[in-house]
Design a protein around this ligand. Structure first.
Ligand code: BG6
Length: 312
Protein backbone atom coordinates (compact mmCIF):
# COMPACT_ATOMS: atom_id res chain seq x y z
CA UNK A 1 0.00 0.00 0.00
CA UNK A 2 1.24 3.51 -0.78
CA UNK A 3 2.35 6.01 1.87
CA UNK A 4 1.95 9.76 1.84
CA UNK A 5 4.99 11.49 0.33
CA UNK A 6 4.69 14.24 2.97
CA UNK A 7 5.54 11.90 5.86
CA UNK A 8 7.85 9.57 3.98
CA UNK A 9 11.38 9.41 5.37
CA UNK A 10 13.45 9.24 2.22
CA UNK A 11 16.72 8.62 4.05
CA UNK A 12 15.30 5.77 6.11
CA UNK A 13 13.80 4.31 2.92
CA UNK A 14 17.26 3.47 1.61
CA UNK A 15 18.31 -0.03 2.52
CA UNK A 16 21.87 -1.33 2.35
CA UNK A 17 22.37 -4.98 1.48
CA UNK A 18 25.21 -7.09 0.10
CA UNK A 19 25.18 -8.22 -3.49
CA UNK A 20 26.13 -11.71 -4.74
CA UNK A 21 29.83 -10.93 -4.09
CA UNK A 22 29.47 -9.26 -0.71
CA UNK A 23 29.67 -5.81 -2.25
CA UNK A 24 27.32 -3.19 -0.84
CA UNK A 25 24.26 -2.29 -2.83
CA UNK A 26 21.54 0.22 -2.07
CA UNK A 27 17.82 -0.16 -2.45
CA UNK A 28 15.98 3.13 -2.94
CA UNK A 29 12.23 3.11 -2.35
CA UNK A 30 9.48 5.66 -2.83
CA UNK A 31 6.18 6.05 -0.92
CA UNK A 32 4.20 4.33 -3.71
CA UNK A 33 6.32 1.17 -3.63
CA UNK A 34 8.60 1.81 -6.62
CA UNK A 35 12.26 0.92 -6.11
CA UNK A 36 15.74 1.11 -7.62
CA UNK A 37 18.87 -0.83 -6.75
CA UNK A 38 22.42 0.43 -7.21
CA UNK A 39 25.64 -1.50 -6.64
CA UNK A 40 29.04 -0.16 -5.64
CA UNK A 41 30.32 -2.47 -8.35
CA UNK A 42 30.47 -0.10 -11.31
CA UNK A 43 28.00 2.34 -9.73
CA UNK A 44 25.63 0.23 -11.80
CA UNK A 45 21.87 0.50 -11.42
CA UNK A 46 20.82 -3.15 -11.42
CA UNK A 47 17.06 -2.81 -10.99
CA UNK A 48 14.29 -0.26 -11.39
CA UNK A 49 10.76 -1.32 -10.51
CA UNK A 50 7.46 0.52 -10.74
CA UNK A 51 4.89 0.70 -7.94
CA UNK A 52 3.46 -2.69 -9.04
CA UNK A 53 6.86 -4.32 -8.61
CA UNK A 54 7.38 -4.75 -12.38
CA UNK A 55 11.02 -4.66 -13.44
CA UNK A 56 11.65 -1.96 -16.03
CA UNK A 57 15.31 -2.68 -16.79
CA UNK A 58 16.52 -5.80 -18.54
CA UNK A 59 19.00 -8.19 -16.93
CA UNK A 60 20.14 -11.26 -18.81
CA UNK A 61 19.32 -14.65 -17.30
CA UNK A 62 22.93 -15.52 -18.19
CA UNK A 63 24.45 -12.41 -16.62
CA UNK A 64 27.72 -13.09 -14.83
CA UNK A 65 27.69 -11.48 -11.40
CA UNK A 66 31.39 -11.43 -10.78
CA UNK A 67 33.79 -8.46 -10.71
CA UNK A 68 35.68 -7.10 -12.46
CA UNK A 69 33.28 -7.47 -15.42
CA UNK A 70 30.03 -5.49 -15.42
CA UNK A 71 26.97 -7.68 -15.36
CA UNK A 72 24.82 -7.71 -18.52
CA UNK A 73 21.84 -5.51 -17.77
CA UNK A 74 20.67 -2.51 -15.77
CA UNK A 75 22.64 0.67 -16.45
CA UNK A 76 26.42 0.18 -16.70
CA UNK A 77 28.38 3.43 -17.00
CA UNK A 78 30.71 3.76 -19.98
CA UNK A 79 33.58 6.07 -19.00
CA UNK A 80 36.13 7.40 -19.97
CA UNK A 81 35.80 5.62 -23.30
CA UNK A 82 32.81 4.44 -25.28
CA UNK A 83 33.12 1.15 -27.18
CA UNK A 84 36.54 0.26 -28.50
CA UNK A 85 37.44 3.74 -29.79
CA UNK A 86 40.61 4.21 -27.78
CA UNK A 87 43.33 2.33 -25.99
CA UNK A 88 41.25 1.31 -22.95
CA UNK A 89 39.11 -1.76 -22.40
CA UNK A 90 35.71 -1.77 -24.17
CA UNK A 91 33.48 1.00 -22.69
CA UNK A 92 36.23 2.17 -20.28
CA UNK A 93 36.99 1.08 -16.75
CA UNK A 94 34.31 2.81 -14.63
CA UNK A 95 31.78 -0.02 -14.96
CA UNK A 96 34.30 -2.56 -13.68
CA UNK A 97 35.48 -0.67 -10.59
CA UNK A 98 34.31 -0.72 -7.01
CA UNK A 99 32.96 2.73 -6.21
CA UNK A 100 32.62 4.21 -2.71
CA UNK A 101 29.78 6.03 -1.00
CA UNK A 102 30.20 9.79 -1.20
CA UNK A 103 29.13 10.94 2.27
CA UNK A 104 29.68 14.60 1.68
CA UNK A 105 29.19 15.46 -2.00
CA UNK A 106 29.31 19.08 -3.18
CA UNK A 107 25.70 20.26 -3.17
CA UNK A 108 23.43 19.78 -6.14
CA UNK A 109 20.40 21.97 -6.84
CA UNK A 110 17.82 21.54 -3.99
CA UNK A 111 15.35 20.14 -6.57
CA UNK A 112 17.74 17.23 -7.05
CA UNK A 113 17.30 16.22 -3.39
CA UNK A 114 13.83 17.32 -2.34
CA UNK A 115 11.21 14.55 -2.38
CA UNK A 116 13.61 11.87 -3.59
CA UNK A 117 15.36 8.80 -2.27
CA UNK A 118 18.96 8.95 -3.41
CA UNK A 119 22.48 7.69 -2.95
CA UNK A 120 25.74 9.45 -3.83
CA UNK A 121 28.68 7.44 -5.12
CA UNK A 122 32.25 8.37 -5.94
CA UNK A 123 34.94 6.96 -8.20
CA UNK A 124 38.55 8.09 -8.07
CA UNK A 125 41.19 6.53 -10.32
CA UNK A 126 43.52 3.94 -8.86
CA UNK A 127 47.23 3.90 -9.70
CA UNK A 128 46.48 1.09 -12.11
CA UNK A 129 43.75 3.13 -13.85
CA UNK A 130 46.20 6.00 -14.19
CA UNK A 131 48.70 3.80 -15.98
CA UNK A 132 46.18 3.32 -18.79
CA UNK A 133 44.59 6.77 -18.52
CA UNK A 134 47.01 9.20 -16.86
CA UNK A 135 44.50 11.70 -15.49
CA UNK A 136 43.18 12.59 -12.04
CA UNK A 137 39.45 12.97 -11.70
CA UNK A 138 36.57 12.68 -9.31
CA UNK A 139 33.47 11.06 -10.74
CA UNK A 140 30.38 11.66 -8.60
CA UNK A 141 27.19 9.80 -9.34
CA UNK A 142 23.84 10.49 -7.74
CA UNK A 143 21.10 7.93 -8.35
CA UNK A 144 17.61 9.10 -7.29
CA UNK A 145 14.11 7.71 -7.28
CA UNK A 146 11.36 10.32 -7.35
CA UNK A 147 7.92 10.24 -5.76
CA UNK A 148 6.54 9.54 -9.25
CA UNK A 149 8.87 6.58 -9.61
CA UNK A 150 11.23 8.25 -12.11
CA UNK A 151 14.84 7.17 -12.05
CA UNK A 152 17.42 9.98 -12.24
CA UNK A 153 21.16 9.61 -12.69
CA UNK A 154 23.40 12.65 -12.36
CA UNK A 155 27.09 12.26 -13.17
CA UNK A 156 29.62 14.92 -12.33
CA UNK A 157 33.18 14.51 -13.56
CA UNK A 158 35.78 16.96 -12.24
CA UNK A 159 39.30 17.42 -13.55
CA UNK A 160 41.66 17.53 -10.56
CA UNK A 161 44.66 17.25 -12.86
CA UNK A 162 47.18 19.91 -13.80
CA UNK A 163 46.32 19.53 -17.49
CA UNK A 164 43.18 19.11 -19.61
CA UNK A 165 41.72 15.71 -20.44
CA UNK A 166 38.95 14.42 -22.70
CA UNK A 167 36.56 11.53 -22.32
CA UNK A 168 33.47 9.98 -23.80
CA UNK A 169 30.54 8.73 -21.80
CA UNK A 170 27.29 6.72 -21.96
CA UNK A 171 24.56 5.55 -19.61
CA UNK A 172 24.28 2.11 -21.22
CA UNK A 173 20.58 1.68 -20.43
CA UNK A 174 19.10 -1.82 -20.93
CA UNK A 175 15.34 -1.27 -21.19
CA UNK A 176 13.07 -4.25 -20.70
CA UNK A 177 10.58 -4.59 -23.60
CA UNK A 178 7.86 -7.12 -24.34
CA UNK A 179 8.89 -7.86 -27.93
CA UNK A 180 11.49 -5.89 -29.87
CA UNK A 181 9.51 -6.19 -33.12
CA UNK A 182 6.68 -4.23 -31.42
CA UNK A 183 8.90 -1.39 -30.24
CA UNK A 184 9.35 2.04 -31.82
CA UNK A 185 11.69 4.89 -30.92
CA UNK A 186 10.53 8.45 -31.52
CA UNK A 187 12.74 11.51 -31.40
CA UNK A 188 15.68 10.32 -33.53
CA UNK A 189 14.11 10.61 -37.00
CA UNK A 190 16.00 12.68 -39.62
CA UNK A 191 19.17 12.68 -37.49
CA UNK A 192 22.63 11.72 -38.65
CA UNK A 193 24.11 8.63 -37.05
CA UNK A 194 27.36 6.70 -36.97
CA UNK A 195 26.79 3.05 -37.78
CA UNK A 196 29.00 0.78 -35.68
CA UNK A 197 28.07 -2.07 -38.02
CA UNK A 198 29.70 -0.16 -40.95
CA UNK A 199 32.98 1.06 -39.40
CA UNK A 200 31.22 4.10 -37.95
CA UNK A 201 30.20 5.42 -41.35
CA UNK A 202 27.84 8.40 -41.13
CA UNK A 203 24.27 8.04 -42.44
CA UNK A 204 21.06 10.04 -42.13
CA UNK A 205 17.99 8.41 -40.58
CA UNK A 206 15.22 8.22 -43.20
CA UNK A 207 12.37 6.51 -41.35
CA UNK A 208 9.49 8.16 -39.47
CA UNK A 209 10.46 6.31 -36.32
CA UNK A 210 13.00 3.64 -35.56
CA UNK A 211 11.74 0.05 -35.63
CA UNK A 212 13.66 -3.22 -35.42
CA UNK A 213 14.07 -6.14 -37.78
CA UNK A 214 17.81 -6.84 -37.56
CA UNK A 215 20.90 -5.99 -35.52
CA UNK A 216 21.29 -2.28 -34.76
CA UNK A 217 24.31 -0.52 -33.29
CA UNK A 218 24.20 3.23 -33.92
CA UNK A 219 25.22 6.51 -32.36
CA UNK A 220 22.62 9.19 -33.20
CA UNK A 221 24.27 12.59 -33.21
CA UNK A 222 23.06 15.84 -31.64
CA UNK A 223 19.81 14.21 -30.60
CA UNK A 224 16.95 16.01 -28.84
CA UNK A 225 16.83 15.97 -25.05
CA UNK A 226 13.65 13.88 -25.00
CA UNK A 227 13.39 10.47 -26.65
CA UNK A 228 10.44 8.07 -26.40
CA UNK A 229 10.57 4.28 -26.59
CA UNK A 230 7.07 2.95 -27.26
CA UNK A 231 6.28 -0.63 -26.32
CA UNK A 232 3.00 -1.40 -28.13
CA UNK A 233 2.39 -4.77 -26.53
CA UNK A 234 2.78 -3.42 -22.99
CA UNK A 235 1.06 -0.16 -23.96
CA UNK A 236 3.74 1.74 -22.16
CA UNK A 237 6.34 4.28 -23.13
CA UNK A 238 9.74 4.95 -21.68
CA UNK A 239 10.51 8.65 -21.73
CA UNK A 240 14.23 9.40 -21.72
CA UNK A 241 15.22 12.93 -20.80
CA UNK A 242 18.88 13.86 -20.98
CA UNK A 243 21.04 16.91 -20.40
CA UNK A 244 24.71 17.35 -21.24
CA UNK A 245 24.45 14.19 -23.35
CA UNK A 246 24.15 15.18 -27.02
CA UNK A 247 24.25 11.68 -28.53
CA UNK A 248 21.98 8.65 -28.22
CA UNK A 249 23.16 5.08 -28.74
CA UNK A 250 20.66 2.50 -29.98
CA UNK A 251 21.74 -1.12 -29.67
CA UNK A 252 20.06 -4.47 -30.15
CA UNK A 253 22.33 -7.45 -30.89
CA UNK A 254 19.64 -9.51 -32.70
CA UNK A 255 20.02 -13.28 -33.14
CA UNK A 256 23.53 -13.85 -34.48
CA UNK A 257 25.40 -11.58 -32.09
CA UNK A 258 23.28 -12.83 -29.15
CA UNK A 259 24.63 -16.33 -29.76
CA UNK A 260 28.20 -15.03 -29.60
CA UNK A 261 27.80 -13.39 -26.17
CA UNK A 262 28.43 -15.82 -23.30
CA UNK A 263 26.47 -13.75 -20.81
CA UNK A 264 23.35 -13.34 -22.95
CA UNK A 265 20.61 -15.82 -23.88
CA UNK A 266 20.15 -16.69 -27.56
CA UNK A 267 16.60 -15.33 -27.65
CA UNK A 268 16.93 -12.52 -25.11
CA UNK A 269 17.45 -9.84 -27.76
CA UNK A 270 13.67 -9.90 -28.13
CA UNK A 271 13.15 -8.61 -24.58
CA UNK A 272 15.71 -5.80 -24.44
CA UNK A 273 16.79 -2.61 -26.10
CA UNK A 274 19.64 -0.31 -25.17
CA UNK A 275 19.04 3.41 -25.62
CA UNK A 276 21.89 5.37 -24.06
CA UNK A 277 22.16 9.06 -23.32
CA UNK A 278 25.77 9.65 -24.35
CA UNK A 279 28.58 12.01 -25.31
CA UNK A 280 30.61 10.21 -27.97
CA UNK A 281 31.13 12.02 -31.25
CA UNK A 282 32.64 15.10 -29.62
CA UNK A 283 34.46 14.01 -26.47
CA UNK A 284 34.05 16.22 -23.40
CA UNK A 285 37.19 18.20 -22.61
CA UNK A 286 37.77 19.52 -19.11
CA UNK A 287 40.44 22.03 -18.18
CA UNK A 288 42.04 21.75 -14.72
CA UNK A 289 39.36 22.39 -12.08
CA UNK A 290 36.46 22.19 -14.55
CA UNK A 291 33.44 19.94 -14.03
CA UNK A 292 31.00 18.34 -16.47
CA UNK A 293 27.48 17.19 -15.62
CA UNK A 294 25.44 14.60 -17.53
CA UNK A 295 21.87 13.96 -16.39
CA UNK A 296 19.47 11.20 -17.35
CA UNK A 297 15.85 10.93 -16.26
CA UNK A 298 13.79 7.84 -17.08
CA UNK A 299 10.00 7.80 -16.74
CA UNK A 300 7.37 5.32 -17.78
CA UNK A 301 3.96 6.49 -18.97
CA UNK A 302 0.98 4.75 -20.44
CA UNK A 303 1.32 4.99 -24.26
CA UNK A 304 -2.04 6.77 -24.56
CA UNK A 305 -0.63 9.73 -22.59
CA UNK A 306 2.57 9.75 -24.50
CA UNK A 307 2.05 12.61 -27.00
CA UNK A 308 0.68 14.91 -24.31
CA UNK A 309 3.57 14.04 -21.99
CA UNK A 310 6.19 14.46 -24.63
CA UNK A 311 4.77 17.50 -26.31
CA UNK A 312 5.32 15.78 -29.68
C1 BG6 B 1 26.90 -1.06 -27.29
C2 BG6 B 1 27.89 -0.98 -28.39
O1 BG6 B 1 26.73 0.19 -26.73
O2 BG6 B 1 27.36 -1.96 -26.31
C3 BG6 B 1 28.02 -2.39 -28.98
O3 BG6 B 1 27.48 -0.06 -29.35
C4 BG6 B 1 28.42 -3.37 -27.91
O4 BG6 B 1 28.96 -2.35 -30.03
C5 BG6 B 1 27.43 -3.28 -26.77
O5 BG6 B 1 28.43 -4.68 -28.45
C6 BG6 B 1 27.73 -4.20 -25.60
O6 BG6 B 1 29.01 -4.00 -25.13
P1 BG6 B 1 29.59 -4.91 -23.98
O7 BG6 B 1 31.04 -4.55 -23.85
O8 BG6 B 1 28.82 -4.61 -22.73
O9 BG6 B 1 29.40 -6.33 -24.45
Amino acid sequence: MGHSAAVWDYRAATEITKDWNGINQFLLRNPQGASARVSLHGGQVTSWRNEHGEELLFTSSKAIFKPPKAMRGGIPICFPQFGNCGSLEQHGFARNKIWTVDDNPPPLHPNDSHGKSFIDLLLKPSEEDQKGWPHSFEFRLRVSLTTDGDLILISRVRNINGKPFSFSFAYHTYLSVSDISEVRIEGLETLDYLDNLCQRERFTEQGDAITFESEMDRVYLSSPNVIAVLDHEKKRTYVIRKEGLPDAVVWNPWDKKSKSMVDFGDEEYKQMLCVDGAAIEKPITLKPGEEWTGRLQLSVVSSSFCSEYLNL
